[in-house]
Write a protein that binds this ligand. Structure first.
Ligand SMILES: Cc1cc2nc3c(=O)[nH]c(=O)nc-3n(C[C@H](O)[C@H](O)[C@H](O)COP(=O)(O)OP(=O)(O)OC[C@H]3O[C@@H](n4cnc5c(N)ncnc54)[C@H](O)[C@@H]3O)c2cc1C
Length: 406
């Protein structure tokens, strides 16, 4: 089989998968309906890069820890290669929501004993000093965390092994077909944009338009961020989170957010959402937004591709049509799969944190090399898991998915 893959989607998911496969000698046909990379959910000014630990160290927490480490290492590699990545390793201050949350944060650190340069608890005075602004609570301090401009990460991913990647921008894929052992991506006129033995669906919620992926429970969560005018050297110079986040100054603006509305498809900026973000800002940094009016703010709307258990979907697409509904489902590993069809999707609010790990995992699965995470985590993100639901194999939703919402 030729080492040629089509990737549909040039956001964080598609650009990471393309980069990791190109690194292994694959050639990639990358298709996006937008005129360039990073113009969907991955097009915000900046997002947060940090892990999200939990008391029980559940799969979400483990995946986020591994993802954080991988994205940070990947960003360092891209930056060292002189690629146009924009990011800041400023540290992330995750303030406690209330006293109960403060106690949980303290117990997490006590139980897991992370290295102090990874995570430590800070009291209210230390937190205020770090933020450069009086805050209401202490919290977690992640010294190695920071912010990333996601579109610049997409561009850097694609520039990393550029000769192996042929982009087709401005080309919406209308349908996909499998014939003569090749996947074909076709436009609305029926013209073939690319054909290859491997096809990777990295086109967020739109993946469901293609019949083989229509069974996947992907949804979209609208998120609006607000851009706040900011002086270059003003505080905070770090990322601050507390049921939301605010970044340091980037090009005279800060990014503050974000709203979260499932199945809300409105693409227009809304004043009410800016007001919500200003209320979040006040919860993080009391009084900081005084003088800012929601009506005057600029911002951006994006749609997070969401899976019901908040874990991503990475791996081979199962053949839903080959499963008889009345028969017991086989174990996950034995599910019938569609030859050569893969998915990297469902990143939700953690695409920056997960993308490098997800791209690496997918490349390992396609290339048949050992995955970078343990087998139970590989199963936890397998897109086939949803076909086992309702057949006595339901998974519980992770308990710690209640942190700050990026
Ligand atoms: C408001 C907001 C704040 C966020 N904050 C953070 C944060 O702080 N930290 C963090 O880690 N994550 C954050 N995220 C999440 C992160 O941005 C997403 O998880 C990530 O961008 C999803 O990447 P993706 O590649 O799956 O999707 P996208 O970036 O949307 O890429 C999908 C691509 O597919 C293309 N496409 C779709 N359909 C077709 C088709 N039929 N044919 C051709 N092309 C097609 C689209 O044009 C698009 O470019 C945030 C998201 C939002 C919206």
């Amino acid at each position: 089989m030729s080492r040629h893959a089509i990737v549909i989607g040039a956001g964080l998911a598609g650009s990471s998968a393309a980069d990791r496969l190109a690194e292994r000698g694959w050639s990639i046909s990358l298709i996006d309906r937008a005129p360039g990379p990073g113009q969907g959910a991955s097009g915000n000014l900046a997002g947060v890069l940090r892990p999200l630990p939990s008391l029980d160290d559940n799969p979400l927490a483990r995946l986020t820890r591994a993802g954080f480490a991988q994205t940070r290492a990947h960003c360092r590699t891209l930056a060292a290669a002189g690629l146009p990545l924009r990011w800041g390793q400023t540290g992330v201050l995750h303030l406690a929501r209330d006293d109960r949350h403060a106690e949980t944060q303290r117990r997490v650190v006590e139980r897991h004993q992370p290295a102090v340069d990874e995570l430590r608890c800070v009291d209210r005075a230390q937190a205020s000093q770090l933020a450069g602004w009086p805050v209401a609570n202490g919290g977690w301090w992640f010294p190695g965390g920071g912010w990333v401009d996601p579109a610049s990460l997409c561009r850097a991913n694609l520039a990393h092994r550029a000769t192996a990647i042929t982009p087709h921008y401005g080309r919406p894929v209308e349908r996909i077909e499998h014939r003569a052992d090749l996947w074909h991506a076709l436009d609305a006129a029926g013209a073939v944009i690319a054909a290859a033995p491997i096809l990777i669906l990295a086109n967020a919620g739109d993946a469901r338009r293609f019949a083989p992926a229509a069974h996947l429970p992907l949804r979209a969560a609208r998120g609006q961020v607000s851009h706040l005018p900011a002086e270059e050297d003003s505080a905070p110079a770090i990322v601050v989170c507390r049921l939301g986040y605010v970044t340091p100054t980037i090009d005279g603006r800060r990014c503050a957010g974000a709203t979260f509305a499932v199945d809300d498809h409105d693409t227009a900026l809304r004043s009410a959402d800016h007001a919500e973000n200003l209320a979040r800002l006040d919860f993080m940094l009391p009084g900081y937004g005084r003088g800012l009016r929601a009506e005057d703010l600029d911002g951006r709307v994006g749609f997070r591709p969401l899976s019901p258990d908040r874990l991503p979907m990475i791996g081979a697409v199962a053949d839903a049509a080959a499963l008889a509904p009345s028969r017991p489902a086989p174990p996950l590993a034995d599910l019938p799969r569609l030859p050569g069809l893969y998915l990297i999707n469902g990143f939700g609010a953690r695409g920056i944190v997960w993308s490098a790990l997800a791209g690496e995992l997918l490349a390992c699965l396609i290339d048949g090399t050992p995955p970078p995470i343990s087998d139970d985590l590989v199963s936890a993100v397998d897109p086939g898991r949803f076909l086992l639901r309702g057949r006595g194999q339901q998974r519980r939703r992770p308990a710690n998915d209640r942190g700050a919402r990026p």
